[in-house]
Design a protein around this ligand. Structure first.
Ligand code: ATP
Ligand code: MG
Length: 284
């Protein structure tokens, strides 16, 4: 009996958060690096369904760096990273689209649907919901910078109780254009800002942002981010992630979190407990 009472108390601990977040949009960036094994993927899907069942509106944006690398390697197509972004030729773009929108997107949808949700997948090309132009004048090839987001596409899906699952590819806006590869972190932050999301959460393969001594930085300010980027404490894939956090909070999202997707139920731990995990960035 005592154990049952403890369980009930545990459930009640989540109550203030459930009240606070009901009907709010949470954008969750599901990093390719956090999509590790079947067990963790199932835990992720359960967590999303729980959020959904208590009235939170999850919008998922996913990455897929590792899988893209694997297929590029198999096909013997070379690609390189500059400033944490994948330089994208037309050939690479085809693979990016195949993996993101064909393989990973459908896998996540299937996972959520099998766990009791009604997830629907889309890229920026669907309903022309996201358009882009070449980033930095084409320095990174077909890496795009988002120009427009048509919110009504996502809002309609949310109103109809769907869980949108977005692959970070944008329409090039003209006939025959292969589309743009958008860094998933930056796509997530743009989408979160434009939907006026309450929170954005990045699930990745590390505890959060670490300092030079590999210690977790549980909070970060804009000034610290600038300094850590400058001295290369923050490098590679963490660069677009912290940029995305800043962009989101500056666009009105109240908090951006970077959490360890390798930990079981990391999403629930972050959202429904007072301690939280990982790194949080707030607008100051
Ligand atoms: N200061 C730092 N603190 C923590 N991680 C850092 C830091 N600087 C660089 N990184 C790197 O950033 C990586 C996370 O970014 P990465 O792009 O690899 O993953 P992701 O964005 O979750 O996945 P994907 O790009 O496939 O969606 C970490 O695994 C780590 O190697
Ligand atoms: Mg990344």
């Amino acid at each position: 009996m005592q154990k049952k009472i403890e369980q009930a108390k545990l459930l009640l601990e989540a109550l203030p958060y459930i009240k606070k977040y009901k009907d709010e949009i949470f954008v969750i960036k599901y990093g390719g690096s956090a999509q590790i094994n079947t067990e963790l993927k199932n835990r992720f899907a359960q967590d999303i369904i729980l959020l959904y069942m208590v009235g939170i509106k999850p919008v998922i944006v996913h990455g897929g760096g590792k899988k893209i690398n694997e297929l590029l390697e198999k096909l013997e197509i070379k690609s390189e990273f500059v400033d944490g972004l994948r330089v994208t030729t037309k050939e690479v773009m085809e693979v990016v689209e195949m993996v993101l929108s064909g393989n990973i997107n459908k896998e996540i949808i299937n996972l959520l649907n099998m766990h009791g949700g009604t997830a629907i997948g889309l890229t920026g090309k669907d309903g022309k919901f996201m358009t882009a132009s070449a980033k930095a004048g084409g320095k990174y090839g077909l890496v795009g910078e988002i120009e427009t987001i048509n919110n009504s596409v996502i809002e309609n899906l949310l109103n109809e109780k769907f869980i949108p699952v977005i692959a970070p590819i944008a329409s090039g806006g003209e006939l025959g254009h292969p589309g743009y590869n958008i860094n998933a972190d930056l796509a997530a932050s743009k989408i979160a800002g434009s939907l006026k999301a309450r929170k954005i959460i990045f699930m990745t393969d590390i505890k959060g942002v670490l300092n030079k001594d590999k210690e977790l930085l549980s909070t970060l300010t804009k000034e610290e981010i600038i300094a850590y980027k400058k001295n290369e404490t923050i490098h590679g894939g963490m660069i677009p992630k912290v940029d995305a956090c800043l962009e989101a909070v500056e666009a009105g999202v109240s908090k951006a979190h970077i959490i360890d997707g390798r930990i079981e139920h990391s999403l629930l731990l972050e959202i429904f407990t007072s301690e939280g995990i990982g790194t949080v960035i707030k607008n100051n």
